[in-house]
Design a protein around this ligand. Sequence first.
Ligand code: C2E
Ligand code: MG
Ligand code: MG
Ligand code: MG
Length: 282
Amino acid sequence: HAKRMGKSNYQFYHDSMHSKIQGNIELESLLRKAIKRNEFSLFYQPQIGTKSNQIYGAEALIRWNSHELGMISPAEFIPLAEESGLIVPIGEWVIREACQQVKNWQCANLPLFPVSVNLSIRQFYQSDLIPMIRKIIEETGIEPHYLELEITETMAMEAESATIILQELKNTGVKIAMDDFGTGYSSLNYLKKFPIDHLKIDQSFVKDISYDKDDKDIVSTIIVLAHNLNMLTIAEGVETAEHVAFLKEHKCDVLQGYHFSKPLPPQEFESWLKNWVKSENE
Ligand code: C2E
Ligand code: MG
Ligand code: MG
Ligand code: MG
């Protein structure tokens, strides 16, 4: 009996694995073609400074509009891009596109602000990361501090070389943000050593901030910790006026979330920003 069950379990496992692998191979080959076919784009989400109420920066977030599959969210394809190594060329495209966009916006009649991009672990430890970034900054002609790279705690804790890589990145003049702070594996000791400009407080802590005592304590403590270590804080997932009020009261530096805007394609972002500047000056 046990044997039969074992066998049918195996069969079941095997079949679902098979279709999963099959599906992944198909997705991977589509992903492989997506750069050449121009199917990726970047959306931008504004970040607002709490002191000035002005734009502080924008986060670039990748979108994939696949000819075969339609819109696919990064949460679905980034893991596969990482597994397959395709994240290296995709990630390079993201950085180049973001820097080009910075350049375009600086030429337009808009306030200046930096753009941040998410790095994946594969990219972070890729041997030519630094020369690649230098080259893109040079070719697009932006000042390096208009580019910010977002890494996660887990990425930074993975290897001994992380501190060196971060220091070399800082030497290129780009900014560094620690994304999803509080959700990963981190050591406060390292936090002190890493040259981090911004701590991004994960949205899971912000969500219930209006009524959850633990989340209130966690968030206000992260802000104090960051300030003591000479970092600024960016709250993610800011959705309500209550979130804004709490975060301002506790001196969070920058706010990002649907309360201000969802991520937008470049042209819509520009309109959003013009409107924001106008309403702030009224
Ligand atoms: P992330 O870097 O933490 O980005 C924030 C995510 O939260 C984005 O999801 C954004 O749309 C979403 N978000 C923003 N404001 C709010 C809000 O007020 N409420 C809620 N519920 N969500 C909000 P998105 O664009 O689907 O990206 C998901 C994740 O995919 C990102 O998380 C990042 O880890 C990854 N990702 C996105 N673009 C790239 C990329 O170019 N390269 C790499 N390696 N990863 C990327
Ligand atoms: Mg991010
Ligand atoms: Mg995040
Ligand atoms: Mg994330």
